[in-house]
Design a binder for this molecule. Structure first.
Ligand code: TRP
Length: 444
C-alpha cells in the first residue's frame, strides 16, 4: 500500500505540480489536433470559442479535480469515496473515479498509436528524409509506409507504450516528477526556437491573421461541439488525471493560481503551435483545412522545402514527442495508483498490467479498422463530457462547501463565489446542452 497520505512523499514544490499538469495538458491535442480543427472551422472565431470553453468549463473543472485530489491525497477513486463520505452523500460517486480510470486506459490505447507515428517521424527526420524530398514520397511515406503498414506502426507504438510505462512505474515523485522537470523546460525551448524561425522565415503575418481574425460566419453548430470537447480534452479534465496529480500537490500551494497557470500555459502552447503550423503551411501554399494530415504530410512537405529542414523536422517532432509522452503518463496514473493502493502487486507490476491492457487496445486500433475512430469518439465525445459533468455537479452541489473553501482558502470572497457560481450553473448547463445537442446531431 503506497498512498501519498504522508506529506513527505508528495511533490515538494508547486512548480512540479504545474509542470506535471501542464505536461498532461499539453499534448497531441495542442500540436496535432488544435491547428487542424481550428483550420477546418475557419480560424479566429473558433479560437475565441475555444478560449471561452476553457474559461467556463475547463478551468472550473480543473480546480474541482485538484480540490478533490488534494483533499484526500489518494488515487481518484478513493479520493471521490472520501469526499462523498465527508459530505454524507452516496458512495456511488466513487464511480466517477472508476469510470475515469477506464477512460484513461481507452484514451491511452489510441493516443499511443499516434505517439508511435511521432516516433517514426522523429526517426526518419533524423535520417534526413525531409531534406529536399518531394511531396509524392512524403505522402507515400505516411499513407503506404505507415498507415497501410500495421507492423511498422505496431513496433513504434509498442516503444511509445513502454516509454510511458517506464516513467510511471518509477513512481510519481521519482518518475513523473523528475521526467516533467526535464521535459517541460525542453519543450518550452524547442517551441521558442520554432516560433522565432517562423517569425523570421515563415508566413507569420498570414498565420497571425488566420488565427486571430474572427469571422463568425464560418462557425457551424458543429464548431461549438468541437470547441467544447476539445477544450476538455486539451486541459485533461473529465477522467481524474489531474485529480491523481492533485494528491501530490503541496498543501500550502494555491490551487486557484496554479490551475489558472496550467490553463494559461495550455492555451498559449495551442496558440503558439497554431501559429507555427500555419506559418509553415501558408509559406508553402498549402490549405489550412488539410485535416489530420496537416502534421504528417503538410508540415513535413514544408520542412523538405526549406534550408535546414532536417534540423527543424527533428526539433519539431522531438517537441511533439515530449508533449505526447508527458500526456500519456498522466493517462496511466489514475488506474495505476488505484491498483497499487488495493493489491499487493506493487506499483511496477500495476503499471505493466495497465500498460498491457492499453497495449492490447492499441493493437486492436492498428489491426482492426474502425476501432481507432470509435475509441476517439467514445472517449472524447461521451466519456469525458460525462466525467466532467459529474465532477462539476459533485463539486458544485454535493461536496461540502467547507471542503472546497478549505482547499481554496487563499481566494477572496468574490473569487471563490465566481468559481462556485460558474461551476454550479454554467459549467453543467454548457456541457449538458452541447453533449445532448451533439449526440442528437449525430444520431438523428
Ligand atoms: N491533454 C492531452 C492532449 O491535449 C491529452 C490528455 C492527457 C488527456 N491526459 C488526459 C485528455 C486526461 C483527457 C483527460 O493531448
Amino acid at each position: 500500500m503506497t498512498s501519498p497520505s504522508n506529506k513527505a512523499i508528495g511533490w515538494s514544490s508547486r512548480w512540479t505540480f504545474i509542470m506535471a499538469a501542464t505536461g498532461s495538458a499539453v499534448g497531441l491535442g495542442n500540436i496535432w489536433k488544435f491547428p487542424y480543427v481550428a483550420g477546418e472551422n475557419g480560424g479566429g472565431a473558433f479560437v475565441l470559442l475555444y478560449i471561452f470553453c476553457i474559461a467556463i468549463i475547463g478551468l472550473p473543472v480543473l480546480i474541482s479535480e485538484i480540490i478533490i485530489g488534494r483533499n484526500a491525497k489518494s488515487n481518484p477513486t478513493d479520493a471521490m469515496l472520501k469526499a462523498a463520505r465527508q459530505s454524507d452523500v452516496s458512495r456511488g460517486w466513487a464511480g466517477i473515479g472508476i469510470m475515469g480510470a477506464v477512460t484513461g486506459i481507452l484514451i491511452l490505447s489510441f493516443y499511443s498509436v499516434v505517439g508511435g507515428w511521432i516516433l517514426d517521424y522523429l526517426a526518419i527526420s533524423a535520417q534526413g528524409f525531409f531534406s529536399n524530398n518531394d511531396s509524392i514520397s512524403i505522402i507515400a511515406h505516411f499513407e503506404q509506409g505507415l498507415l497501410s503498414n500495421p507492423n511498422t506502426q505496431f513496433l513504434w507504438f509498442s516503444v511509445f507504450i513502454l516509454m510511458s510505462v517506464g516513467v510511471v512505474a518509477a513512481g510519481v515523485v521519482n518518475g513523473v516528477g523528475v521526467a516533467v522537470r526535464i521535459m517541460m523546460p525542453t519543450l518550452a525551448v524547442l517551441l521558442v526556437v520554432l516560433l522565432i524561425y517562423c517569425v523570421q522565415e515563415g508566413a507569420f503575418n498570414q498565420a497571425f491573421a488566420f488565427v486571430f481574425n474572427a469571422d463568425f460566419s464560418k462557425l457551424t453548430s458543429n464548431s461549438v461541439l468541437e470547441a467544447l470537447g476539445h477544450a476538455m480534452f486539451s486541459v485533461s479534465v473529465g477522467m481524474g488525471a489531474i485529480m491523481a496529480y492533485g494528491a501530490y500537490m503541496p498543501d500550502n500551494a494555491s490551487i486557484g493560481k496554479t490551475a489558472v497557470t496550467v490553463a494559461l500555459f495550455d492555451t498559449i502552447v495551442s496558440l503558439a503551435c497554431a501559429l507555427i503550423v500555419f506559418s509553415l503551411v501558408f509559406d508553402n501554399g498549402i490549405e489550412p483545412s488539410a485535416g489530420p494530415q496537416l502534421m504528417f504530410i503538410s508540415i513535413p512537405i514544408a520542412f523538405s522545402q526549406m534550408t535546414g529542414g532536417t534540423i527543424f523536422a527533428v526539433i519539431f517532432f522531438a517537441l511533439v514527442l515530449i508533449a505526447a509522452w508527458s500526456s500519456a503518463i498522466s493517462l496511466l496514473e489514475s488506474s495505476v495508483a488505484w491498483i497499487d493502493a488495493h493489491t499487493r502487486f506493487g506499483r511496477v507490476a500495476a503499471t505493466f498490467a495497465i500498460g498491457a491492457i492499453s497495449w492490447t487496445g492499441g493493437i486492436a486500433c492498428i489491426y482492426v479498422g474502425g476501432i481507432f475512430d470509435g475509441l476517439d469518439f467514445l472517449t472524447s465525445n461521451i466519456l469525458l463530457p460525462i466525467g466532467a459533468l459529474l465532477i462539476a455537479i459533485f463539486t458544485g452541489w454535493k461536496l461540502k462547501r467547507k471542503i472546497a473553501k478549505t482547499q481554496l482558502a487563499d481566494l477572496s470572497f468574490g473569487q471563490f463565489n465566481t468559481w462556485y457560481g460558474i461551476l454550479r450553473v454554467f459549467t453543467p448547463l454548457c456541457i449538458f446542452a452541447v453533449f445532448i445537442y451533439g449526440l442528437w446531431d449525430i444520431f438523428f
